[in-house]
Ligand binder design. Structure first.
Ligand code: TRP
Length: 452
């Protein structure tokens, strides 16, 4: 007999889980430094435009496919377009989230290690030299980061093992409110530091001179990554959404929270960076290099406060990373359990094991394997670029074309308006965006990345 399919218990649970997937390292680790690179507030405007015109339409396309079919990414395309080749694209979306997870888990592992370091007060009691050089030494060592990656991925697997209701929904319901409280606390702290005001000006004052094609591509890439698009994550989560839920409300809610958390992370990090007298052009090292240095500096005046703040900060990053990582693993688990008849436990362990192996290579590429290059990139960067530049845009394109051109318009309308009972105007706008604007936007950015 076919097993009863699980679903999310309430609208709040849907938004919490989807926002949990969306809000992650992309918001706390990536957004603040990209914001710095591309002109602060001006970039936010561009980001909102990219979200509304391209990212949200993809989000809705995935939502429609998922909820209409109540299936995993592969099964969904097969069910909705039987006898065609569309479901081959579904296979792609089983593999891509696992690839993303393999390097995401490495960075997730760093946050595990940094939490341990904070808990043992290493950042606040160590010498400034030791703290400054820690990141480079840590990621280039062989074993430590692999162990951290293993711990992180094990946590992810355990949550996914518990299933949709008892694992994903329950964990997101706890982690997301906690994350909100922690970030607000960090903002308050950051803004009370002397000299932090320069950071606020930096974030608020728009610098339109930095807005060019590059910035637009970065905005879209960030929106794509941040909303977990193009690899069937949102599709899979939407397949657990009940028929009477409002997909447009969940989508707008998720995107709204996602942006809010990204901006809040900016306000938690950047003012503290300015207060420490550092330029925020620090790039990817911002969170793992600059912040520990700041915690160390502040410890000379307020050791207890700065120790607590460092713990809070890395708990927050870890919570955010976990709720995203579980969404990546769930895509493949849904596929194996529904299409291959596997039980949840072996399916989860099998995929976690595969991800673990690829992740080890990603992790080693900062150390023992740093001279191993594919197309001129380290293994970590190669997987990252493969996913961000190719797999995610291709997936996004497939989903928008499927919903915009392959599915019956009446079916799409039925999903987005719940049988014509709500969102009728918004639906019209988004149908147009899904059909024309989003595919063109994706292709444009894809070509820009390829040739510029
Ligand atoms: N959105 C998450 C973040 O910002 C990462 C993430 C989760 C993701 N699932 C995804 C990225 C699927 C791409 C595709 O950290």
């Amino acid at each position: 007999m076919k097993q009863q399919r699980e679903n999310f218990g309430s609208r709040a649970a849907v938004i919490m889980a989807m926002a949990g997937s969306a809000i992650g390292l992309g918001n706390i680790w990536r957004f603040p430094y990209i914001l710095g690179e591309y002109g602060g507030a001006a970039f936010i405007l561009l980001y909102i435009a990219a979200s509304l015109l391209v990212a949200l339409p993809i989000f809705f396309a995935e939502s429609v496919i998922g909820r209409r079919s109540h299936s995993n990414a592969y099964g969904a395309l097969r069910k909705l377009a039987p006898g065609t080749k569309w479901h081959w694209a579904g296979i792609l979306t089983i593999i891509s989230p696992l690839l993303i997870l393999s390097y995401y888990s490495v960075v997730g592992g760093w946050s595990v290690q940094y939490l341990f370091k904070s808990l043992s007060f290493d950042f606040t009691t160590g010498s400034p030299e030791a703290v400054s050089s820690y990141f480079g030494n840590f990621i280039s060592s062989a074993w430590q980061p692999v162990i951290s990656h293993t711990i992180f991925l094990s946590l992810v697997a355990v949550i996914v093992l518990f299933g949709v209701r008892k694992g994903i929904e329950k964990f997101s319901n706890i982690a997301m409110p906690v994350l909100l409280v922690l970030i607000v606390a960090l903002i308050v702290y950051s803004l009370t530091l002397p000299g932090s005001f320069k950071g606020v000006t930096y974030l608020i004052k728009p610098d339109f001179s930095k807005l060019n094609a590059d910035a637009a591509a970065a905005a879209l890439g960030q929106a794509f990554f941040s909303l977990s698009l193009g690899v069937g994550t949102i599709l899979t989560y939407a397949s657990y959404v009940k028929k009477d839920e409002n997909l447009i409300v969940s989508g707008l809610g998720t995107a709204g929270f996602d942006l809010l958390f990204a901006v809040m992370a900016g306000f938690a990090v950047i003012p503290a960076v300015f207060a420490a007298g550092i330029e925020p052009g620090a790039g990817p090292g911002l969170v793992f290099e600059t912040l520990p240095f700041i915690f160390n500096q502040m410890a000379s005046q307020a050791p207890v406060v700065s120790s607590v703040v460092s713990i809070v900060f890395f708990v927050a990053i870890l919570a955010a990373a976990l709720t995203s990582a579980i969404s990546m693993l769930e895509v493949g688990v849904a596929f194996l359990t529904e299409e291959k008849g596997m039980k949840r436990a072996p399916a989860t362990l099998l995929l976690a094991f595969f991800t673990w192996l690829v992740g080890i290579l990603c992790s080693l590429s900062f150390g023992p394997m740093k001279d191993f290059h594919i197309l001129g990139l380290t293994f970590f960067d190669f997987v990252d670029h493969l996913c961000s530049d190719w797999l995610m845009p291709i997936g996004g394109l497939v989903f928008t074309l499927f919903v915009g051109w392959k599915m019956k318009k009446a079916d799409v309308r039925d999903e987005l308006t719940n049988g014509g009972t709500c969102n009728r105007m918004i639906y019209k706008v988004f149908y147009y965006l899904i059909r024309y604007v989003a595919p063109v936007g994706i292709v444009a950015v894809f070509l820009t990345n390829l040739f510029l």
